[in-house]
Design a protein around this ligand. Structure first.
Ligand SMILES: C[S@@+](CC[C@H](N)C(=O)[O-])C[C@H]1O[C@@H](n2cnc3c(N)ncnc32)[C@H](O)[C@@H]1O
Length: 213
C-alpha cells in the first residue's frame, strides 16, 4: 500500500486545489451530521468528477444507488443536460427525507427523484419501465458487497457511450482492497467485461469509471 503520509498529503492537496464547493454544498454534511446521518459522502473533488463525467454523456438519464444526504446527487444533477433527470435510490427513509430537503434547497428537486427502498428491489422495476440501453450515467455507492449484483442489473441498462461510476473501489474505513474488500470482485468483473472499458482513479477511496462500448 502507498505510504500513508504521502496518501494523506495527496488527498489533502486534491481537496485544496480541486475541492471548491458553493456554500450550500460546503455546509451540507455538517447539517447531515447534526441530524445524525453518517459523514460518508464523497469528497468535493469526487463530486466535481461526477459532475464532469455526467456532462460528458448525453446527460438525459442518470441513476444513483445510495443517496445518503443528497450531496453526490446535487453534483450529479448539476452535470445533467437541461432536460435531464436523476433517479437516486435510498434504503433509509430518514436519509431520503433529509436528502429531499437538501435537493430542494439546492434548486435541483425538479430534476431529481429520490426512490426509497433497497437498490436490488427497486432496480428491476426501473429496468422494466425504462428498458435496457437507456441510462447515460450510473453512480454506484450503496452496499459494497452488492456491487457485483448492481453491475448485473445496471450494466445492461447503460446506453452505448454511457458510464458506470462506482465509489470506494479501493476500500473503505472498514478495510482496504488488499485486505479482501468487497469491491474486488466488482472491479475484476467490470475490468474483464467486453461491454465496458474500465479504470479506477485513486481519488479518496478509489473511483471506478467504466464506459459502455
Ligand atoms: C456511502 S452512502 C451514499 C453517499 C452518497 N452517494 C454521497 O456521496 O453523498 C450509502 C447510502 O446507501 C444507503 N443504503 C444502504 N443499503 C442500501 C440498499 N440496499 N439500497 C440502497 N441504498 C442503501 C445507506 O443508507 C446510505 O445512505
Amino acid at each position: 500500500m502507498m505510504n500513508p503520509d504521502r496518501w494523506a498529503h495527496t488527498q489533502a492537496y486534491s481537496q485544496e486545489v480541486f475541492g471548491r464547493e458553493d456554500e450550500h454544498l460546503a455546509s451540507l454534511m455538517d447539517r447531515a451530521g447534526a441530524a445524525g446521518l453518517p459523514r460518508i459522502a464523497v469528497s468535493a473533488d469526487v463530486g466535481r468528477l461526477l459532475k464532469i463525467l455526467v456532462s460528458l454523456t448525453d446527460g438525459m438519464r442518470a441513476l444513483e444507488l445510495g443517496t445518503l444526504a443528497g450531496y453526490s446527487a446535487i453534483w450529479i444533477a448539476r452535470g445533467l443536460a437541461p432536460e435531464g433527470t436523476l433517479t437516486t435510490i435510498e434504503y433509509d427513509a430518514r436519509h431520503a427525507a433529509f436528502a429531499r430537503t437538501e435537493l430542494e434547497a439546492a434548486g435541483v428537486a425538479d430534476r431529481v427523484d429520490v426512490v426509497e427502498g433497497p437498490a436490488l428491489r427497486v432496480l428491476p422495476g426501473l429496468r422494466e419501465s425504462w428498458g435496457d440501453g437507456t441510462v447515460d450515467f450510473a453512480f454506484i455507492d450503496a452496499v459494497k458487497s452488492e456491487y457485483v449484483a448492481y453491475l448485473d442489473m445496471v450494466g445492461p441498462m447503460i446506453k452505448p457511450g454511457g458510464l458506470i461510476v462506482a465509489d470506494n473501489v479501493y476500500g473503505t474505513g472498514a478495510g482496504w482492497i488488499d485486505e479482501g474488500h468487497g469491491t474486488d470482485a466488482f472491479n475484476r468483473k467490470i475490468a474483464s467485461d467486453p461491454a465496458f472499458e474500465a479504470v479506477a482513479v485513486p481519488l479518496r477511496e478509489g473511483v471506478l469509471i467504466a464506459r459502455r462500448s
